[in-house]
Design a protein around this ligand. Structure first.
Ligand code: FUB
Length: 349
């Protein structure tokens, strides 16, 4: 009995001491080399793992702080084979087929309900305002048929759709700077960028519950509260921790994990809470900066293993808007934290 107690105590001490840092730096390879892919949203459908990325191209648009050089025009669906290689299942949606969209098909996501696949994507409309649209298909690989109008009340970029245990679906979205979230702080679109002062509350990511038919918002758009350990909101000047873009939600052992990119400080950070609507308490960095400016990820459990999908610019030797998706094993530590991954690579020019 005493021996059992001692070993349990030892295991507890080790668990408490386990650092969220990875012990060894691993190298990760691009999963697709025939084209550039980014912003991978991974999901398991019909027992297989599918990835819904942005399809990066060189659109010849000069680089600026608004991300105009991310000039994507279509989406492809990828499927992971049993040997963990990835195959391109072909083009699933083209800009030319979306009546309301003018340019910039950025990070998408997808959800399945009753055998229909709802593909959510941001694009700039004819007035250069980012909106979020939806397209449907009867299979996970499409092709997807877009609705003629974007989702009413949805704006900015990077939709991430999460199905909760009770069958409700929530969309998380938003991105500052080129993602235009700062232009919606009054509740309506204003073309001027309005940012809070550094000592004021940071601009919040947004969440809304999806309607039964998955085509609309059932609830009003809500701010996601991101708090520090003392329960104070993260501030606009806290660039290392505040939300920038690339929201994702997953649950693990009953806890809701809201993860996101910190943008100009290039981390994928995460915060935890007890409900899909938050509030969420900041916990740390799960993916350190990668080669390239953007950092964007998804987290999925497949065949009993947790995976982090992310991208970097290693295949293009550092070109910001020509990225490639990668994957890493993600480890939830016994104390609820996530082990930090360092996937930075050096590339000879
Ligand atoms: O791919 C275009 C944009 O870059 C995404 O929407 C952002 O999250 C960033 O990855």
């Amino acid at each position: 009995m005493k021996l059992i107690k001692t070993s349990v105590l030892l295991a507890l001490i080790l668990a408490c001491q386990s650092k969220p840092e990875q012990n060894q730096k691993e190298t990760y390879s691009p999963l697709v080399t025939e084209m550039y892919t980014a912003d991978p949203s991974a999901h398991v459908f019909e027992g297989a793992l599918y990835i819904y990325p942005s399809h990066d191209i060189d659109g010849g648009v000069p680089e600026d702080d608004l991300g105009s050089h991310f000039a994507m025009r279509d989406y492809h669906v990828l499927k992971m084979n049993s040997d963990e290689t990835v195959q391109d299942m072909g083009k699933a949606l083209d800009l030319d087929d979306i009546p309301w969209a003018k340019k910039q098909l950025w990070a998408p996501d997808i959800a399945e309900k009753n055998g229909t696949y709802y593909f959510y994507f941001p694009a700039k409309d004819m007035d250069d305002i980012f909106r979020i649209g939806v397209a449907t298909a009867s299979t996970p690989i499409g092709p997807f048929t877009p609705e003629v109008q974007p989702i009413a009340g949805a704006y900015s970029i990077d939709p991430a759709v999460f199905k909760d245990q009770d069958g409700s679906y929530y969309m998380y979205f938003g991105g500052i700077w080129g993602g235009q979230l700062q232009r919606w702080e009054s509740g309506r679109y204003r073309p001027e960028d309005q940012y809070p002062n550094a000592d004021e509350k940071a601009i919040a990511p947004k969440v809304a519950k999806l309607s039964e038919d998955m085509f609309q918002f059932e609830s009003a758009v809500q701010d996601i509260q991101l708090l520090d350990a003392e329960g104070n909101p993260l501030l606009a000047g806290d660039n290392e921790r505040r939300f920038f873009e690339a929201a994702w939600m997953h649950t693990y052992q009953g806890t809701y994990y809201f993860s996101y990119s910190t943008g100009d400080t290039h981390n994928i950070a995460y915060a935890t809470g007890d409900s899909p609507l938050g509030p969420f308490t900041y916990q740390g960095v799960l993916l350190k900066p990668v080669l390239g400016w953007t950092n964007h990820h998804s987290i999925v459990e497949y065949n009993g293993q947790w995976f982090l999908f992310f991208h970097d610019s290693s295949l293009s030797k550092g070109v910001t808007h020509l990225r490639s998706i990668k994957k890493a094993k993600l480890v939830h530590l016994p104390d609820g934290r996530i082990q930090t991954i360092d996937a930075m690579v050096e590339v000879a020019q």
